[in-house]
Design a protein around this ligand. Structure first.
Ligand SMILES: [Zn+2]
Length: 259
């Protein structure tokens, strides 16, 4: 049951027929893992806290740099030099003190990934490095959790949802089906080499937050089996249908178990 404060705080979304009090209770019961509290994580964390995701876990082992501030809008100039996960958690709990927010200044690795992923309902990839992306993609498949993927560089972004081992979505692609091999750094430079414009990560992160909320609410049409590509320079939104690969090293036959 929602209390009076909840009904007031979430009034504008509870009034929506697709959410209602039942939907708000689902959001308040949900556990969401946000890996990376940078340009993508900033809008994801703020929107999910504002929407009343009941349990939000933030992982980032980095400190805030001044060069992060053009896009990582959850931080302030005075935060430079100190822990991203701590400041991000503080910002989220200042916005909404009624939800449970945990933060870990650690790097996701093969030792801790299974525990982090299995203890949440939805996993959101807001990272900026390929190793962690593949680790999360594999773990989400093997732990049967939906993964909300986002990436951005320069004025380009990508968003998708992977549910290859989630009931109702068997046969849909996993992360490795769509991105079979780790990109070469020269071919796919990161933000520090190629640059990044703030509103692009804002767009991608906001779409990731939207997909996560839809997954929790059980809404039928998400970006599962679809890759949305954003070309900011021309304001173009392009959608690609994605399919599972039989010989995928993560979800293909014979099934492999990484744990
Ligand atoms: Zn696959």
């Amino acid at each position: 049951m929602l209390n009076d404060k909840d009904l007031e705080r979430y009034a504008r979304q509870v009034i929506m027929p697709k959410i209602g009090e039942d939907g708000q209770e689902k959001l308040l019961s949900a556990r969401v893992l946000v890996v990376g509290a940078g340009g993508l994580g900033a809008p994801v964390i703020l929107y999910l806290a504002a929407a009343g995701i009941g349990t939000l876990t933030i992982i980032d082992d980095d400190d805030v740099s001044r060069s992060d501030l053009n896009r990582q809008i959850i931080y302030r100039d005075g935060d430079v030099g100190s822990s991203k996960s701590r400041h991000a958690a503080n910002a989220a709990s200042t916005l909404n003190p009624d939800i449970n927010i945990s933060q870990f200044a650690v790097r996701l690795n093969s030792t801790n990934v299974e525990q982090f992923v299995t203890s949440h309902d939805v996993v959101i990839d807001c990272t900026d490095n390929a190793e962690t992306r593949y680790l999360m993609g594999d773990a989400a498949h093997h732990c049967r959790r939906p993964l909300v993927f986002g990436g951005a560089v320069r004025m380009e972004g990508q968003v998708s949802v992977f549910q290859s081992s989630v009931t109702g979505h068997f046969g849909s692609p996993c992360y490795r089906c769509v991105f079979p091999s780790m990109p070469d750094v020269k071919q796919a430079p990161g933000c520090s080499e190629a640059g990044i414009l703030g509103p692009i990560v804002g767009l991608v992160g906001t779409l990731q937050a939207l997909e996560a909320i839809k997954l929790i609410l059980g809404q039928p049409r998400t970006l599962t089996s679809r890759l949305l590509m954003i070309e900011g320079a021309g304001s173009d939104f392009i959608e690609i249908k994605t399919v599972a690969r039989l010989n995928c090293s993560c979800c293909g036959e014979p099934a492999k178990d990484i744990f």
